[in-house]
Design a protein around this ligand. Structure first.
Ligand code: NAI
Ligand code: MG
Length: 365
């Protein structure tokens, strides 16, 4: 039995702080209702921390992450604050590599009641999961794989993309197991679609070969394939056809924003970065400098990420209280929008962060 968990909280920059504070208020109510305790350990990190101290993410924050039961993350990065090489401060990427969080789980689910951008009545059936490989691919280059053609680096720059057998096997095994779990809950599900560019890149052809090898171990799940360019088309034409979609790191980065667009924006897109021993739970969005400080950031994506955290902790520790709390939290969010109780600014309404937070707390009872 595990009924208290240590949670490292990393608010970060911009609206990261706003959506985290909202989510902690919601989690207070969830704990009171379901009889467990989360101990928060709030730690610094991010672009403004780098600006103030010269260090983007203190070792003490990373060590706290390593020791925690789970990590709740807001957003980090600020376009005007950069390293001398021109790239941005992004501790979220460092954490993924450091804690070996290979599966970036990004559910794209239409919350009932939202005014979805696709006109088709089937848009309400959108419910698929992007599984973004998060330790290699094109992000492998970050800080290590880059080669410059000349010493000055002003002629050409090469960013190396790594696709490894280990990276592929664990990504696909995770995806097939996720599809099994989703099929158990909904018999219409049970398909894994490998998204790649195996018609052009050798690394992707290798990835596709490993996909078919691993698919044989999961005969009850349909193994499907789509090239990334056609997948971009199908995400608009028939996104309801998909279930679990594993892909290379950068493809997953881009398609998760496109997927968020299908369900009314970044404010509705949660995520979990999972490894075998650690989990970071955060909205798919960034620090949103354009709306930071205005009180209109939508906390829904972060609240749903917290629900994913409770589900993951519940499964890991076989603790029904956490599992039930996760479901209750998602149900509360759904009921708020289904009943039209709030209309956030990102769908043309006037409800800010506080109003959405209060509505979810009220729905929890
Ligand atoms: P962004 O995701 O912060 O914002 C994109 C658009 O979505 C903006 O128009 C923003 O207002 C809107 N948006 C995002 N979250 C929202 C919410 N909760 N409610 C309502 N509207 C929301 O992406 P952007 O502008 O490209 O990046 C801003 C900064 O965040 C950059 O420094 C970037 O590097 C960083 N970033 C950090 C991430 C992370 O910490 N995981 C992920 C993505 C970007
Ligand atoms: Mg992104």
């Amino acid at each position: 039995m595990k009924n208290d968990c240590n949670i490292v909280v990393l608010p970060g920059d911009g609206i990261g702080v706003e959506v985290i504070d909202a989510t902690l208020a919601v989690l207070d109510r969830v704990q009171a209702r379901h009889g467990f305790k989360l101990h928060y350990d709030r730690r610094p990190g991010g672009a403004h921390h780098y600006k103030d101290t010269g260090n983007a993410f203190p070792d003490s924050s990373m060590q706290a992450c390593q020791k925690s039961d789970a990590i709740l993350f807001g957003a980090m990065g600020w376009p005007e604050i950069r390293y001398p090489d021109g790239t941005e401060i992004a501790p979220q990427l460092d954490i993924r590599v450091h804690l070996d969080l290979y599966a970036g789980v990004r559910p794209i689910r239409a919350i009932p009641g939202l005014p979805l951008p696709l006109a088709s009545p089937r848009a309400k059936d959108i419910d698929f999961v992007i599984v973004r490989e998060s330790t290699e691919g094109w992000f492998f280059a970050r800080g290590r794989g880059t080669k410059r053609k000349t010493a000055s680096g002003d002629e050409a720059v090469y960013d190396t993309c790594e696709i490894s057998r280990k990276g592929c096997e664990r990504l696909f095994d995770f995806s097939f197991r996720l599809a099994e779990a989703r099929k158990k809950r909904n018999p219409k599900k049970g398909k894994v679609t490998c998204i790649d560019k195996s018609n052009v890149f050798l690394g992707m052809a290798f990835m596709n070969q490993v996909f078919h090898e691993r698919a044989k171990l999961f005969p009850a799940i349909t193994a499907d394939h789509c090239y990334i360019d056609a997948f971009s088309l199908n995400m608009i034409r028939k996104p309801w056809d998909y279930d679990v979609c594993p892909m290379e790191n950068q493809f997953g980065d881009i398609t998760s924003d496109l997927g968020a667009g299908l369900i009314c924006g970044m404010g509705y897109a949660p995520s979990a970065d999972l490894g075998d021993n650690h989990g970071v739970f955060q909205p798919s969005h960034g620090s949103a400098p354009d709306i930071a400080g205005k009180g209109i950031a939508n906390p829904t994506a972060t609240i749903l990420s917290a629900a994913m955290m409770l589900e993951w902790l519940g499964e890991r520790h076989q603790e029904a209280r956490l599992t039930n709390a996760a479901q209750a939290l998602q149900d509360a969010v759904d009921s708020v929008f289904a009943a039209g109780r709030v209309k956030p600014a990102d769908i043309g309404g006037n409800d800010g962060t506080g109003a959405v937070t209060r509505a979810v707390i009220e729905a929890l009872g």
